[in-house]
Design a protein around this ligand. Sequence first.
Ligand code: SAH
Length: 408
Amino acid sequence: MSAQTATAAVAAGELPPLLLKPQEERRIHAGHLWVFSNEINVATTPLTAFQPGDHVQLRSSHDRFLGYAYVNPRTLISARILGRDPEYPPGKSLLVHRFKVALALRERLHATPFYRLAFGEADLLPGLVVDRYGDVLVAQIGTAGMEAMKGEIQDALVKVLAPAGMLWKNDAGIRELEGLERYVETAFGEVPDYVEVPEGGVDFRVPLAAGQKTGWYFDQTANRAMIARHVRGLRVLDLFSYAGSFGLQAKRAGAAEVTCVDSSAPALEAAAATAEANELDVELLQGDVFDALEQFAAERRRFDVVIVDPPAFIKRRKDHPKGLAAYRRLNQLAMQTLDRDGLLLSCSCSYHLAPGELTDGVQRAARHLGRFAQLIAVGAQSPDHPVHPAIEETRYLRAFLFRVTDSC
Ligand code: SAH
């Protein structure tokens, strides 16, 4: 036994066990990383013995080692697996390994260092996302287990990338379910207020600490490139535009006119700064998208391409009925502003909205308006947001490009 193996064995021995009930290891064997509270043999290994974020050895009902995990006795997902190799207990060296593997994928995909470097479960880093903006990193923790490893995460990222600065953007609402505070803080080094993100021939001005989520919506990069191929000479409406990501790229790609609508003033200020610096002439409207669409309809204002990229209307399963109705209404209003032969890009980042429900919503809108919708392209989250095939929740972004004509 090498010295390293011996240390790992000792570390593994030190971690307390968490036993599953009989038959409950099947999903874990199939690759899933989550353990729900009802799957645990609490009579032998009570969850109440643990603090949020504690490390355990997950073991089958036959007491076979399944993997290392962190636990949170307060949440429905009581444990998430960090690794299945007994020689790599949770810690800096496991994280270094994970970040190296994640980085190798992104370097394969991207010519420049702007991307989501780590996408939670899909990179075997449950509860952690890290975005890379050149030599600045923005990371977000969503679980008590990752919060407990914050220092090691930082150290591992320094070892793999030696960034000039790093920001913790730990302000997501899901943290409250885990019993975590919400905060934004500089981890180390210099973190500028704004960074420049080059995409689609535009240098975007992106706010970091003051931005939404982790700054830039890298998950839509592939869909922005897809739509840019269809806009030359056309009038484009970018709804829920944030910093003008779709709209300004469309303008660069030759759109005749571009209108961006968003309710956030800082988002539109960033879009205005990008437009000016890149000499792109676009219309920026601050306000509620539903109101703007009612107004366009009243004015009989029409567009050739409409992009609909709303925030998640269905954050939890119980929001489904209301959210579905909102997606339907939104797509119908958006379709009303489309000229005779137009394109509608309909997106949703709600995992709980099934892909068929969104296409069905567009189809119903078309029938209601006496129009004909044809699905001509299906988009997905960009590959720097990989999907873990055993964890459906990692496949969350839907994007459907419809052609909408007057024939019915
Ligand atoms: N399309 C963007 C991401 C959009 S995120 C991109 O690719 O980068 C959703 C955006 O919708 C946010 O910028 C938020 O400010 C805005 N928003 C949320 N609700 C809104 C509403 N009712 N009306 C207008 N904008 C809204």
